[in-house]
Design a protein around this ligand. Structure first.
Ligand SMILES: Nc1nc2c(ncn2[C@@H]2O[C@H](COP(=O)(O)OP(=O)(O)OP(=O)(O)O)[C@@H](O)[C@H]2O)c(=O)[nH]1
Ligand SMILES: [Mg+2]
Length: 292
């Protein structure tokens, strides 16, 4: 029997739970998660290997309805993934009313409806209204298969994965079986640091920080020492990131090191500095380098 093989683009609004869902399906923390919309800034690949074949998930940045250059770039990434993919997994947040932004996404997805499945997510939440999300789907993408899930608790995710396997075409595996992501260690470390920056500075510094990798090397005891600058746009943001007596940046470092210990078979020791680079977000070349 031939093996199943599919690229599955995971798309939806910012914060709908795409990365949480991909991590649940892969059984690993492949993609970072935070309550801040537009946490994901690159197309992150998560790979599921089973006897019946391989699914490669493409976790994309949330599609946000805005004309800003950065948002356009992120939207382009989602669009590219839609074109490339064999299947599309459309994630909806059942706790939020589907408004104009959701309609724009449904319109973007319409040409791909034949290869799409919808996941009505966050059904565990008190404010969840899956019926409202399903009514929206019936109206805007009639005939689309939809499953109720909670990416957070795992309810419905095995059934969703089984359906994706059923709908996957036959073909070759694109990655070795032991892979669950194709990300380089230095990228995963930078992402983990970025997740902790988002978690600890979300009110004050939404998306004002990028992680500028400097160097890494092995210590004699086998630990990986990773050096990076946390780059902010203004002098005033530096103090927020560092915190009173260095408390914020210390928490960022300690929590990232702790989570990285679950991912890598060696210790990761972080050496983080804060640097100001005025208006880095307006640097088109840098944005292209960071969000590819
Ligand atoms: N209650 C509940 N919360 C969830 C669920 N799935 C995700 N969340 C939360 O929703 C927030 C956003 O989750 P992410 O997985 O980062 O969402 P995303 O769609 O990847 O967001 P972007 O990368 O910003 O587009 C986080 O606080 C998650 O913990 C769920 O099934 N139930
Ligand atoms: Mg995400």
């Amino acid at each position: 029997m031939q093996s199943k093989s599919a690229f599955v683009a995971v798309v939806g609004r910012p914060s709908s739970g795409k990365s949480t869902l991909m991590n649940a399906l892969c059984g690993q923390k492949v993609s970072i998660v935070s309550p801040v919309p537009q946490t994901t800034k690159n197309t992150i690949r998560g790979i599921v290997n089973r006897p019946e074949g391989q699914l490669v998930f493409l976790d994309t940045p949330g599609i946000h309805d805005s004309g800003q250059r950065l948002n356009q770039r992120l939207r382009d990434l989602a669009r590219e993934a839609l074109g490339e993919a064999d299947l599309v997994l459309y994630v909806l947040d059942s706790t939020r009313a589907p408004g104009r932004e959701e309609q724009a996404i449904a319109a973007l997805l319409a040409p791909y409806a034949a290869k799409a499945v919808a996941a009505v997510n966050k059904t565990d939440a008190e404010s969840a209204d899956p019926g409202r999300a399903r009514a929206f789907l019936t109206e805007s993408l009639p005939g689309l298969e939809a499953l109720d899930i909670s990416a957070l608790t795992g309810t419905g995710t095995p059934e969703l994965l089984a359906r994706l396997y059923e709908r996957a075409p036959e073909g070759p595996a694109w990655y070795p079986e032991e892979y669950y992501t194709d990300q380089e260690p230095v990228f995963r470390i930078a992402e983990m640091v970025r997740e902790k920056v988002l978690l600890h500075t979300r009110e004050e510094l939404p998306h004002a920080v990028y992680v500028d990798y400097r160097d890494s090397g092995r210590r004699e005891d086998g630990a990986l020492v990773y050096e990076a600058d946390l780059v902010v746009e203004r002098e005033s943001q530096k103090g927020i990131l560092i915190g009173a007596k260095g408390s914020t940046i210390r928490r960022i470092r300690e929590e990232a090191e702790r989570d990285l210990a679950d991912i890598f078979p060696y210790a990761v020791v972080l050496s983080l500095r804060v640097r100001v680079q005025p208006d880095w977000k307006k640097d088109e070349k840098l944005i292209r380098k960071l969000y590819y």
